[in-house]
Write a protein that binds this ligand. Structure first.
Ligand SMILES: Cc1cc2nc3c(=O)[nH]c(=O)nc-3n(C[C@H](O)[C@H](O)[C@H](O)COP(=O)(O)O)c2cc1C
Length: 198
């Protein structure tokens, strides 16, 4: 009998990377920056990211009776959020700095879960008048608290006063000199994802 050994043709599925937008504010800049960042990731590393808008995930504060680490969720919205995060391989938080911290909806979205975040790589990209480094540092500490592996390169996008006060921004033109650290962070994420698959 002739035994033919074929190489498996099964392709490795692409990693699921969620860009979670920190701002839910009316008239926010976040979707513009997050879309631009997803494109930088795609062009520089081939990684494809899905945008997650917390404004579409109605997660009331403190509405689950048990601590999230137990995973005993009673509300459908928490179960749906749990499935979304559990199904992802990595995360990118794109967030503004608000009063030296990060927006409350992002903390609330993190705190709704626990094990779903654990062990997964995270890129933190902040923005603000000085790049939002204070918010990024706080977020890194919280992310470590739930066991995420924070990529050390944390790009901070510096916005002009005009943009902060509502002037339109075209990231490809106005922020092009700030692309380098974002590319670096995604290269590091590629390495982290490759480690997870080896
Ligand atoms: C409540 C609030 C607090 C802010 N605090 C800071 C701050 O501490 N540092 C900073 O650089 N910019 C601060 N800003 C300016 C934001 O960085 C800027 O408005 C940014 O566009 C907000 O992101 P968003 O439009 O996606 O919500 C603040 C803006 C808001 C709305």
């Amino acid at each position: 009998m002739c035994m033919i050994h074929r190489k498996s043709t099964k392709a490795t599925p692409s990693p699921i990377i969620l860009i979670i937008m920190g701002s839910t504010r009316a008239n926010r800049l976040c979707p513009t920056l997050a879309t631009w960042i997803a494109e930088i990731a795609r062009v520089s590393t081939g990684l494809r990211c899905e945008l997650v808008d917390l404004a579409n995930w109605r997660l009331p504060t403190d509405d689950e009776p048990d601590i999230p680490a137990l995973g005993r969720y009673v509300h459908e919205h928490t179960r749906a959020w749990s499935a979304k995060i559990a199904g992802a391989d990595a995360f990118v938080f794109v967030t503004p700095q608000y009063n030296w911290g990060y927006p409350a909806p992002l903390k609330n979205a993190i705190d709704h879960l626990y094990n779903e975040w654990r062990g997964k790589p995270l890129v933190i990209i902040s923005y603000g008048g000085h790049g939002g480094g204070k918010c990024a540092a706080q977020l890194a500490q919280v992310a470590q608290g739930v066991g995420m592996r924070v990529i050390p390169t944390m790009p901070g996008i510096t916005l002009s006063n005009e943009v902060i006060q509502g002037a339109p921004v075209t990231p490809d033109k106005d922020l092009k000199d700030q692309i380098g650290p974002i590319q670096q962070a995604f290269v590091a994420l590629t390495t982290a994802l490759a480690e997870d698959r080896s």
